[in-house]
Design a protein. Structure first.
Length: 227
């Protein structure tokens, strides 16, 4: 009786060993069959964004907030707003105001040109000498370049920033890294010239009325040195 029991245990043990051997063989076979498969987790996790889509462009037929002489006159198309201002559509500054609304206005129309400094006669540009006091600059300036006082208009008054600096140094001192919204402007003076910052450029005027470009702003509203 005991011998029959021992035989049964031997058969069970042998079957278990055989089953284990078959399982190992199957596992090895499956592993070797998929060793060249592409891994499933080689893609980055999280959301994937397609940044190749074109940026939205302004629709000139869509109404936007229009300003004339600094006053809001309603929502008009770009062409109608230009007619209201008596200028070409390309002469309008178009963009978002501080509230995120699309606006159009003549350059600096929301910020009237301030009068010239009344406390003192504007300093006329003088030739720069080697002993002249200048502010730090980003590039060489000829020693003979004219220099004058540089002022900023702020809080309804003119504030002197520096004396005896060049026009280019004054523009950098006033506007480098400063940005304005469409229709807005920031004013300064260099000698007898009025300087004005409008979106994307600095302008100059000899009569405090008619402005012409001086220098374009670069990335980050930077102002390159004017030679």
């Amino acid at each position: 009786m005991a011998m029959q029991t021992d035989k049964r245990w031997l058969w069970l043990a042998g079957g278990a060993v055989a089953a284990l051997a078959i399982g190992v063989a199957l596992a090895v076979s499956l592993s070797s069959g998929h060793k060249n498969d592409k891994p499933m987790n080689d893609q980055p996790t999280g959301l994937t964004f397609n940044v190749s889509d074109p940026k939205p462009t302004f629709d000139p037929k869509k109404p936007l907030r229009c300003y004339v002489n600094g006053a809001y006159v309603g929502d008009l198309t770009l062409a109608d707003c230009a007619k209201k201002n008596g200028v070409a559509a390309q002469a309008l500054d178009v963009g978002q105001d501080d509230a995120g609304n699309m606006t159009a206005a003549p350059t600096g129309s929301l910020t009237p040109v301030p009068g010239a400094p009344a406390s003192a006669t504007p300093q006329e540009p003088q030739p720069q000498t080697n002993g002249g006091e200048v502010v730090p600059q980003t590039g060489p300036v000829p020693a003979s370049a004219p220099v004058a006082a540089c002022l900023r208009y702020n809080s309804n008054s003119w504030n002197r920033l520096a004396d005896n600096i060049t026009l280019g140094q004054c523009a950098v001192l006033l506007y480098d890294g400063r940005c304005v919204s469409p229709g807005q402007a920031s004013y300064g003076r260099w000698g007898g010239k009025t300087l004005r910052l409008v979106p994307h450029r600095v302008e100059q005027s000899d009569d405090n009325t008619n402005f012409r470009p001086l220098v374009d702003q670069g990335q980050g509203c930077s102002v390159p040195m004017v030679r």
